[in-house]
Design a protein around this ligand. Structure first.
Ligand code: MN
Length: 157
């Protein structure tokens, strides 16, 4: 019984080391979502299947909202504008961002992009890979203005 005071701390240290090690090496754990996927978007501002989880609403201290948007392959927003602009942070997958009159850009995990105020644009997944982005949207000048759908021709161009 006297040995218990030596054995117990060693046992705890070993257990802690093992469980930390498991966390580092388990690829399944590394692939876990950073933020919740949220609910399927049911409005008609998107083509295909997309999900939204609002993480932060604008308030009197911060006039921005933060939402996590997940696009299944081929899914995309309609053309739209943000009166106070938007920042997109890509957390997973491969997607597209296009401003009216510009070639579409390919976005990958780790990319950050700024959508200027009132510039028509769309964003979404690539044709064969899902895409996850945080949308940080300025809210002090009004709501997003939704325009026409992105046609298949525009999407694949
Ligand atoms: Mn946008």
């Amino acid at each position: 019984m006297k040995n218990l005071k030596y054995i117990l701390p060693i046992a705890i240290a070993l257990f802690t080391a093992c469980s930390n090690n498991q966390k580092m090496e388990d690829p399944k754990q590394q692939n876990e979502l950073v933020f919740p996927q949220g609910k399927k978007i049911t409005n008609d501002n998107f083509t295909g299947t997309a999900y939204l989880q609002m993480l932060m609403d604008a308030d009197s201290l911060n006039s921005i909202s933060v939402g996590n948007v997940t696009f299944e392959p081929g899914a995309r927003s309609k053309w739209h504008t943000h009166p106070a602009g938007q920042i997109l942070l890509v957390t997973d997958g491969v997607g597209y961002y296009q401003e009216k009159g510009q070639p579409k850009k390919i976005l990958r995990k780790g990319d950050a992009i700024k959508c200027p105020p009132d510039v028509p644009h769309w964003h979404g997944a690539s044709a064969d890979t899902a895409f996850v982005q945080l949308a940080i949207t300025g809210r002090e000048k009004g709501e997003t203005v939704w325009l026409e759908a992105v046609t298949d021709e525009e999407y694949h161009k």
